[in-house]
Write a protein that binds this ligand. Structure first.
Ligand code: COA
Length: 167
């Protein structure tokens, strides 16, 4: 019997958006198991703590439907992505590509990861057209300025953002 196909989907998820959830659902259908890796990433100055981000992503996964959540695990990581991939026995790194502007960075990152870990393949999924433009930092900016973010994140995430940014 062949070994299960395990992939990881890494990101900061500050917060998780509808665009991320779309990629997660589509990736999970291609794999036996998908590990969503929430990067500690203090350099990005996240507004939610690592534990909060993991909890929020887990909650989103519980609402995915089609039995997909059974195939998804959410865990935090720090350090090198390829070390995390090896630790999880993952052979695939999933990335979402939104626009041509994402390509340079993704190309560079996947090439460097491939040099360090040739056994791990990066697979890019194109963001669905309705989510092409979403970025977590813009969602935060809109929420901070009192705008409505309900088209970009789930109602759960929108209310958590509202709570965090109150005052
Ligand atoms: N839908 C919506 N938004 C998306 C998206 C999608 N499909 N794909 C990406 N984004 C957004 C993210 O929300 C994020 O927005 P923000 O910058 O406004 O917050 C932005 O695009 C960048 O996302 P991403 O490229 O995934 O960066 P990230 O910070 O979320 O994650 C890591 C980057 C964690 C994968 C990367 O830093 C890493 O691998 N770190 C580990 C250290 C390491 O191994 N380094 C060597 C790499 S060669």
């Amino acid at each position: 019997m062949s070994s299960p196909k395990i992939g990881i989907y890494p990101g900061t998820f500050d917060p998780i958006t509808n665009g991320h959830t779309d990629i997660i659902g589509r990736a999970a259908r291609l794999l036996d198991k998908l590990v969503v890796g929430v990067a500690v990433n203090p350099g990005k100055g996240p507004i939610f703590t690592i534990d909060e981000r993991v909890e929020i992503v887990r909650e989103e996964m519980n609402h995915l439907g089609n039995g997909l959540s059974d195939r998804i695990e959410v865990t935090q990581f720090s350090g090198l992505l390829i070390d995390f991939a090896h630790q999880e026995n993952a052979t695939v790194i999933i990335r979402g590509l939104r626009a041509v502007s994402d390509f340079d960075y993704e190309f560079q990152m996947s090439s460097m990861n491939a040099k360090m870990a040739p056994d791990v393949e990066t697979v890019c999924l194109m963001a669905s057209d309705k989510y092409q433009f979403i970025a977590s930092s813009l969602v935060k900016e809109i929420a901070k300025l009192g705008g409505d973010v309900s088209q970009f994140v789930s109602s759960r995430v929108a209310s958590q953002l509202g709570e965090r940014l109150k005052g």
